[in-house]
Design a protein around this ligand. Sequence first.
Ligand SMILES: [Zn+2]
Length: 154
Amino acid sequence: MKCEPVLSPALDSTKKDFSGACHCGAVRFRAVLSAGLSSARRCNCSLCRMRGAVTVSARLADFEILEGAEYLSLYEFNTRTAKHYFCSRCGIYTHHKRRSDPTEYGLNSACLEGVSPFDFEEVPVSQGVFHPSDPESAGRPGIVGILSFKPISD
Ligand SMILES: [Zn+2]
């Protein structure tokens, strides 16, 4: 199973520095993506399957809230290791501190300037139901499938 996303030709695959914001613009951030947009993925855990965001990764030191930190709300569940943040005004998920790699944040790619989730023609879906940190996950594949978006040309 291939684990790399397929980016639309409209995206610059070498770009790593991004500005980002929630929908209402109250929360603004900047980030340097550790692997650029090639870290794009979705996840099938109970939260991500509802949230539906395509996430990308940034090292903790490479992510900075520039404005609106006071608008961020924190959501935790299960082991409460992962810290999920969203804007309390517009409800949009902006970022989370990852459970599988606490040295990184996962960011909502749709919050990045110039990036849409439909700019990914194919996105790998991570195994989140059986989390890599849980003992019962041993031997399970880390990627459970590929989501694709095919634009209809006019
Ligand atoms: Zn907002």
